[in-house]
Ligand binder design. Structure first.
Ligand code: CP
Ligand code: NVA
Length: 330
């Protein structure tokens, strides 16, 4: 029997089997090929989607907008300043209204429970565009980029260096477990990963042949590593006052040339973006003035170096998000 995700929501990768994840990756590869060859694919003409953003975005919003238009759909964008959600109207009521007008809903915000409730009350597919806990659409782009580099990912080691309890690290642990990879969370003991999620991923790993490593030693993290991954040290929704403490804790986990050289030859660098790799942002410059750091989670030489694949990864957000929308709405 073929795989069908029609009518499903995409809230977290824990809800999907390895075969379903690979199906979405294959579909994204096909959409990428069509886009490159100028083959029109307005396969969802007449459908309408709405994008709800309670946090800022460049890649995710643009991927949904471009992906939806390529598929022939209409798109409406709502941010907290331009909707009643939460202030004058409950989440359940908002979801019921949107479900009567739209065929699918994207949501980016804070609690995972919000995106789960939107799916429960709207009656249409809901896609998680990032919550405090997970960023599942990002994961498909990440593994697609790694697959383009290495082919079969089983047995490949991906190490996340930095804030190992954030939404990206959580999600990488899940996707690596599902796809039979080795996931290594490399960060300070003070920020250790959620134990319930580690247990869940270990159980998945036992089925798929994956393995989960947790270490505070960067040498161990880099050893045998094929994919070095990092993310910003203070995530959206966290207070600015955390910067000083995080810099102190996470400086030893910066991805720099020395660390890259400890990984496997042929290893690649990934980053979900946005990134503080230089002083060309207001926050980057502010941190430099206060703490004297010209780069944070990754140095500029690695970011601009031959092993860096973050812009391929960013492009793949669009192809993978298109695959998710198509598979769930067709
Ligand atoms: N990686 C990512 O989600 O980027 P945006 O915050 O720009 O959407
Ligand atoms: N951990 C980051 C990811 C951004 C794509 C954040 O939540 O801000």
């Amino acid at each position: 029997m073929g795989i069908s995700l029609s009518g499903r929501s995409f809230l977290k990768l824990l809800d999907f089997t390895p075969a379903e994840i690979n199906y979405l990756l294959d579909l994204a590869t096909e959409f990428k090929r069509m886009k490159y060859n100028g083959v029109e694919h307005k396969w969802l003409t007449g459908k309408q989607v709405v994008l709800l953003f309670e946090k800022t975005s460049t890649r995710t919003r643009c991927s949904f907008e471009v992906g939806a238009r390529d598929l022939g759909m209409g798109v409406t964008f709502l941010d907290p300043g331009s909707s009643q959600m939460g202030k004058k109207e409950s989440l359940a009521d908002t979801a019921k209204v949107l479900g009567r007008m739209f065929d699918g809903i994207e949501y980016r915000g804070f609690h995972q429970s919000v995106v789960e409730d939107l799916a429960k009350y709207s009656g249409v597919p809901v896609w998680n565009g990032l919550t405090d806990d997970f960023h599942p659409t990002q994961m498909l782009a990440d593994v697609m980029t790694a697959r383009e580099e290495f082919g079969d990912l089983r047995g490949k080691k991906l190490t996340f260096f930095g804030d190992v309890r954030n939404n990206i690290s959580n999600s990488l642990m899940v996707v690596c477990a599902k796809l039979g990879m080795t996931f290594c969370a490399c960060g300070p003991k003070e920020l250790s990963p959620r134990s319930d999620l580690v247990e869940q991923c270990q159980a998945i790993a036992a089925e798929t042949g994956a393995s989960i490593q947790i270490t505070d030693d960067v040498n161990e993290g880099a050893k045998g590593c094929d994919i070095l991954y990092t993310d910003i040290w203070v995530s959206m929704g966290e207070p600015e006052e955390l910067w000083a403490e995080r810099i102190q804790l996470l400086k030893p986990y910066q991805v720099n040339k020395e660390l890259m050289d400890k990984a496997n030859p042929g290893a690649i660098f990934l980053h979900c973006l946005p990134s503080f790799h230089d002083r060309e942002t207001t926050i980057g410059e502010d941190i430099y003035q206060k703490f004297g750091l010209p780069a944070m989670e990754v140095t500029d030489d690695v970011f601009l170096g031959k092993q860096a694949r973050q812009f391929e990864e960013a492009e793949n957000r669009m192809h993978t998000i298109k695959a998710i929308m198509y598979a769930t709405l067709k």
